[in-house]
Design a protein around this ligand. Structure first.
Ligand code: CAO
Length: 423
């Protein structure tokens, strides 16, 4: 018996680029049967983005479209609309992230989809929420990071707004959508009713910036944000949540510390958290036992104007050690601290391979490549990570299973409704 959590759930994947594909890939890793539908000839545009192996699908595509089958489907032709109709009737979930209104223009509005299959869950990602003044705008990753508040609060106070390397707009929206789909499946399980699930990229980013909206309200009420460096550095705080450099966002102050080799290695750093409850242990660690009971140091309030002095004192130790050595040393004192890992380190980290978070898969054209496995681990359910499909690799088998004859499939290939590829 299969132990996959989403075994038997059929997902019609009408997604492209990253936000939608990240969602459906995760559903696939958890065991759903995901069918990616793409335009014949071109497919998801990311198949060609930043290609590193001539003639092979890019890593962008292959790393976001594992655990799927591929059907070439031109939903603009009459036959294409017929295929889509048959697929909608037999699917549990349909996921899309086209530009606002594109699905309606294809003739598949939510009302029409519901008529075809009242139990289906239609899950969509858009840049802005329905009803928002900008609801018709197209949006990409970094645009969403800006509109959702992440960019205005990232970087240093004397530098420009900065986007994050993490896909807060794309993959994060896909993860939010995935949660919505699972909740809608549970609702359907109870009521038999499907529903539309929508996630706006702006909202998904904002949802990760909760503490920044907290800080906006604290700033408006008190005129200060004591855990930000601006106070100690005598910089104006302004009237909206500022950029705090590497200051901790949650309430426990912290900073990035130099480690041995920082002069030549841009990632020879650790993040060190000056957790209030660990102050005594920090003092032991950095050989400043006299600070433990000193009223000038032993409370967060007392340290407010000496944070960088404290950080410099800790850094005098960290700079003599390798970042992993220092992390281990801090852990011995039970202090939350971690290395700034480079992607070279992450790619080859034996622990990440062991826990199957970094996984190697084999592809018929590009050969072996690394991808990220499910970060969600189950005690019972199996999580499998498989390669991305070639464009149209499963067209024939899918169309046959939908009841089309060999001649009909041949005609649909000839008139551009579908296309096939062999692995
Ligand atoms: N059959 C028929 N038509 C298809 C098709 C298929 N298999 N696949 C795509 N199309 C059509 C779409 O329906 C759309 O038709 P219209 O011309 O009627 O709008 C057209 O191809 C182009 O799709 P698009 O407008 O979505 O694509 P784009 O490259 O211009 O825009 C993006 C891309 C991402 C900006 C836009 O899709 C968008 O804003 N999506 C919502 C937000 C989102 O998910 N953004 C993040 C993407 S991850 O970085």
């Amino acid at each position: 018996m299969s132990t996959k959590a989403l075994e038997g759930i059929k997902v019609l994947d009408f997604t492209h680029v990253q936000a939608g594909p990240a969602c459906t890939q995760l559903l696939g890793q958890m065991g759903a049967e995901v069918l990616k539908c793409e335009m014949p000839g071109s497919g998801d545009s990311t198949r060609n983005w930043l290609q590193d192996v001539e003639g092979a699908d890019s890593l962008y595509f292959t790393m976001f479209n594992g655990n799927k089958r591929s059907l070439c489907l031109n939903a603009r032709t009459a036959e294409g609309k017929d295929i889509l109709t048959r697929l909608i009737k037999q699917s549990d979930v349909m996921v899309e992230n086209f530009a606002p209104g594109a699905l309606d223009r294809m003739g598949f509005s939510w009302e029409n989809i519901q008529k075809l299959n009242p139990g289906i869950i239609l899950a969509s990602v858009k840049g802005y929420a329905e009803g928002h003044a900008n609801e018709s705008y197209k949006v990409y990753e970094n645009v969403a990071q800006c509109t959702g508040g992440a960019t205005s609060t990232t970087g240093f106070w004397d530098g420009p707004p900065t986007v994050s390397g993490a896909a807060l707009g794309d993959s994060n929206s896909g993860m939010h959508l995935c949660i919505g789909i699972l909740a809608a499946l549970e609702y359907r399980h109870r009521t038999g009713r499907g529903q539309k699930v929508a996630v706006a990229m702006q909202d998904a980013v904002l949802n990760l910036c909760r503490v920044k909206l907290r800080d906006q309200q604290r700033l408006e009420r008190t005129g200060r944000l004591d855990e930000y460096p601006q106070g100690e550095l005598k910089l104006p705080i302004g009237d909206s949540t500022p950029r705090g450099g590497n200051a901790g966002g949650g309430g426990q102050p912290g900073w990035i510390l130099k480690c041995k080799g920082w002069e030549t290695d841009g990632n020879a750093y650790v993040y060190f958290t000056v957790q209030a409850s660990a102050w005594g242990k920090i003092c032991d660690m950095i050989k400043k036992p006299e600070w433990k009971d000193d009223p000038n140091y032993n409370t967060f309030e007392a340290r407010r104007d000496k944070f960088f002095q404290v950080i410099k004192t800790i850094e005098a130790f960290s700079v003599t050690m390798d970042k992993h050595e220092f992390t281990k040393w801090a852990a011995e004192y039970d202090i939350p601290c971690g290395p700034v890992n480079s992607f070279k380190e992450l790619a080859y980290d034996p622990s990440l391979r062991k826990v199957k978070t970094i996984v190697e898969v084999d592809h018929p054209v590009r050969g072996k490549y690394l991808t990220i496995g499910s970060p969600i681990k189950f005690s019972e359910s199996d999580v499998e990570v498989t390669r991305a499909p070639l464009l149209g690799e499963h067209s024939e088998e899918v169309l046959k299973s939908l009841g089309y004859s060999a001649d009909e499939i041949k005609n649909m290939i000839a008139n551009g409704t579908t296309a096939t590829a062999k692995a």
